[in-house]
Design a protein around this ligand. Structure first.
Ligand code: CAP
Ligand code: MG
Length: 407
């Protein structure tokens, strides 16, 4: 059989093709063109040698196509026919476009910068059950970022201590509080006990403040346990749970969403850098949105975590724009935030955002309750376009925060 080629340089993607954009560094000696061909082969229908079992018809139907090579930037694009994919199956997608190719000896380095998905593929996933609109509706907050808080220390408090802290924070301007990513069912803070105690505190704060409050319990665990824990949260009147989406993996995440428990899914991305060094956060965000996460951590630009401004803006824009039939995801800015940084943060990322404070509330010189007030004040000021130093003139708690955190 004549040698079949994966090279289709200069051709446009067909309407039903998935297209990956890759940054590639070949091992010494191999041309970028040959490397691109090898990648297309291994990730679609080829192997290291010609096999007699592959006929021309099947090759033409299922082979990936190298459609673009830029020698200056080392960027290549590979187009994959839809028939290579099982709809609604992220693990299979990963194994195809992000599988064996990462282990090939011919590659010195490889990064998936972006993946284009046709609507036919996007719409085979459920996406978020709630999305930005319903989350905003729940809190009746139309124009301002939602005020979030992370319990700190991240582990160590008992259920009763957590509940007391939650009440203080909820009563002073915070809309949402969340468990930290490492807190699940601990010897010192049993999950069930925490849900019971904290739910009572949440309900009392709702009644006393006459506004919506949500505590986001971290249900991260093996899949069946996540379901049990989520049901418990629901039984005690909760509407939101958190999943560490990278550590549980896409199979568990998809299965959880597909159970349709009627809970908002808050996606924490602990450990993402082990993945996003090689697969961009934009790609991860696309997969997370398909899987059905409603709220997702995307970085802050101004806080303690790594992340380029351009990338974070691009990801936030993606989560908030129309994409197939899937609902929009609420971005979460978290990590090293305190009241002084909010003015800048909102200028960069806008107001369709949950802004989380951990140290930035509990580290306030007058304690967590005043810290919550300062956090809310900083968000109100930013949403109204008032400078934080001006707003602080008649908002004592904000003034104290600004004096505490000078940059
Ligand atoms: C923030 C946080 C989050 C990070 C994760 C923390 O606390 O709870 O886990 O935001 O990063 O423990 O660091 P602080 P990202 O407000 O005290 O920093 O959101 O970028 O995934
Ligand atoms: Mg955390």
């Amino acid at each position: 059989m004549a040698k079949l080629s994966y090279l289709h340089l200069g051709t446009k993607p067909k309407p039903n093709e998935i297209v990956t954009t890759l940054r590639v560094l070949s091992s010494k000696g191999l041309s970028l063109k040959r490397t691109a061909e090898e990648i297309a082969a291994e990730s679609s229908i080829g192997t290291w040698t010609t096999v007699g079992t592959l006929n021309k018809k099947t090759f033409n139907k299922l082979s990936a196509r190298v459609i673009y090579i830029n020698y200056a930037t080392q960027i290549i694009k590979i187009a994959y026919p839809m028939d290579l994919f099982e709809k609604g199956n992220i693990p299979q997608l990963f194994a195809t476009v992000a599988g064996n190719i990462f282990s090939m000896k011919i590659l010195k380095s490889l990064r998936i910068e972006d993946i284009y998905f046709p609507d036919e593929y996007i719409n085979s996933f459920p996406g978020p059950a709630f999305g930005i609109k319903k989350i905003r509706g729940l809190f009746k907050a139309k124009d301002r970022p939602l005020v979030g808080c992370i319990i700190k220390p991240k582990v160590g408090l008992t259920p009763k201590e957590t509940a007391k802290l939650a009440y203080d924070v909820f009563s002073n301007g915070v809309d949402l509080i969340k468990d930290d990513e490492t807190l699940t069912n601990m010897t010192f803070c049993k999950f069930e006990q925490r849900v019971k105690e904290v739910s009572k505190a949440r309900d009392k704060a709702e009644k006393d403040t006459r506004s919506k409050k949500e505590f986001i319990f971290n249900v991260t665990a093996p899949y069946e346990t996540m379901i049990e824990r989520a049901k418990l949260v629901k039984k005690y009147g909760g509407h939101v749970i958190m999943i560490d989406v990278i550590t549980t993996g896409f199979s568990a995440l998809q299965s959880f969403r597909n159970r349709n428990l009627g809970l908002i899914i808050h996606g924490h991305r602990a450990g993402h850098s082990a993945l996003t060094d090689d697969i961009s956060m934009l790609v991860v965000s696309k997969l997370v949105r398909m899987s059905g996460v409603d709220e997702f951590h995307t970085g802050t630009v101004v806080g303690k975590m790594d992340g380029k401004k351009k990338d974070i803006i691009e990801i936030n824009d993606f989560l908030r724009r129309d994409w197939g039939k899937l609902k929009k995801v609420m971005p979460v800015a978290s990590g090293g935030l305190h009241p002084r940084l909010i003015e800048k943060l909102v200028k960069i990322l806008g107001t369709d955002l949950i802004i989380n404070f951990g140290g930035g509330i509990h580290g306030h010189p007058k304690g967590s309750a005043k810290g919550s007030m300062a956090a809310k004040q900083s968000i109100d000021a930013a949403a109204q376009g008032i400078k934080n130093t001006v707003y602080a003139r008649d908002h004592k708690e904000l003034d104290q925060a600004l004096k505490c955190w000078k940059k």
